[in-house]
Design a protein. Structure first.
Length: 424
């Protein structure tokens, strides 16, 4: 980034995101360009957000038309795009009659809403919420209480009380923790920020059965995994509705990221009339949530995912990437985990690494130098969350470049700059 923009950024914005890697100016499809005219293949998509890439005509047209018609009205009034979007989300999730949708503006806000639903479920007697170790549910106070990472939590304590984090994937621990005081279990079907970690086979179906037996809600956070990212509309569908599963549904589903393909929107789906009745008139609200402009962006996104057959495309390109990475036979790649186009690449620790320069961060900088945007989700792990429209050819270009990126990362003496934590 040019030094004058870097200085202006540092002087004008809070430093919570560290030093930005580049200043980006425009995008088209899966490509973006920085202010110095350099082109990048965007394999992060604004952290799993730009489902249709950049400047997709379907979203541009829908938002432009809606802005020219009616962009915002407050929730004192209804609009047709908002109603159509709620109906569409209910249909895609398979939620029965009596279910409902609440719109907000982000993933954290969707999870705040789910937290309040959990508080209302069972009243003061059910004052406990279970979450999982490794969980990431957002940075606002309620969402942070559900998030596991102590370095994110501790500076802001006291957080809303009653949340216990259970060992990841441990059904015995879940069975032991569930009791008549448990209001809800909150989990991600695939933990994104923990390095693309899917729940073990059978865990979600068992959690569904156990939460129901104990009268607790099952809240599934699909903020990162929802809207086609894993090759299904929702990741829970493969885990709860696959051939050996019960065909069941969670009680609450939270969404954001890919839903608006870049237009900020979050959503909460409440399944069935009982859960949908927990938040009543006046008990929750938002100024912007579900405004017609955001709803139009989301409707266009869902329509395009359907029309372009992107769920099957995600599965095909995901397989091409994992096969391609395996075919490299590069021993610096120690593991690959893929849930559709949410992919983690574990890198072998590098003995030559300078202190404070984890291998994944150096690989991110080396990738940028070679024209690829990827993310260091952990010190030794790269994450890819590209647009769902990424072509197999574009993906192959990255796979072919990865050995040279890792070579360059091995040579880099210093990291790009202080970048504490993840930008989520
Ligand atoms: C699973 C999950 N939940 C919630 C959030 C928070 O979403 P937002 O950053 O839109 O508040 C994220 C963001 O990374 C996420 O991955």
């Amino acid at each position: 980034m040019s030094s004058s923009l870097q200085d202006r950024y540092a002087n004008a914005l809070l430093g919570v995101f560290g030093t930005p890697q580049r200043v980006l100016e425009r995008g088209k499809g899966a490509h973006v360009w920085d202010t110095e005219g350099r082109e990048y293949l965007d394999l992060l998509a604004g952290i799993a957000v730009n489902a249709l890439g950049h400047a997709h005509p379907a979203v541009v047209d829908a938002v432009s038309r809606q802005w020219n018609t009616l962009a915002h009205v407050s929730n004192f009034f209804a609009t047709e795009p908002q109603i159509r979007l709620a109906e569409k989300l209910l249909a895609l999730s398979g939620a029965p009659a009596g279910s409902g949708v609440y719109f907000g503006n982000s993933g954290a806000e969707a999870n705040e809403t789910a937290f309040k639903i959990a508080r209302r479920h069972g009243g003061p007697q059910r004052d406990r919420i279970l979450a999982l170790e490794g969980a990431f549910h957002g940075r606002t106070m309620g969402a942070l209480a559900l998030t596991a990472k102590t370095t994110y939590r501790e500076p802001f304590e006291p957080l809303p009380s009653g949340v216990t984090h259970l060992p990841f994937g441990d059904l015995a621990a879940l069975e032991e923790a569930l009791d008549e005081r448990t209001a809800a279990l909150v989990l991600e079907p695939v933990q994104g920020e923990a390095g693309v970690r899917p729940l073990p086979e059978g865990y979600l179906a068992a959690a569904r059965r156990l939460t129901r037996e104990h009268g607790a809600l099952l809240i599934v956070d699909e903020v990162q995994t929802g809207i086609g990212r894993t090759g299904e509309w929702f990741a829970f569908q493969r885990q709860l509705q696959g051939p050996d599963a019960s065909g069941d549904l969670p009680d609450v589903i939270t969404l954001a990221k890919g839903l608006g393909a870049g237009y900020p929107i979050g959503a909460v789906i409440t399944v069935g009339a009982a859960v949908s009745g927990l938040l009543t008139a006046g008990s929750h609200g938002t100024t912007f949530g579900g405004n017609p402009a955001a709803a139009a962006a989301a409707l266009a996104t869902l329509q395009e995912i359907e029309d372009a057959g992107l769920l099957a495309h995600v599965r095909t390109v995901s397989e091409a990437i994992t096969d391609g990475l395996a075919a490299l036979g590069d021993e610096r790649i120690t593991a690959v985990r893929a849930a559709g186009l949410l992919i983690a690449i574990d890198l072998a620790p590098d003995e030559t690494a300078a202190p404070g320069a984890p291998v994944a961060k150096r690989a991110v900088e080396a990738a940028l130098e070679q024209g690829f945007i990827v993310n260091a989700v952990a010190p030794g792990t790269l994450r890819l969350a590209p647009p769902l429209i990424l072509t197999a050819e574009e993906a192959a270009g990255f796979v072919a470049a990865l050995p040279a990126i890792l070579d360059a990362a091995g040579q880099a003496a210093t990291p790009a700059g202080p970048r504490e934590g993840e930008q989520s």
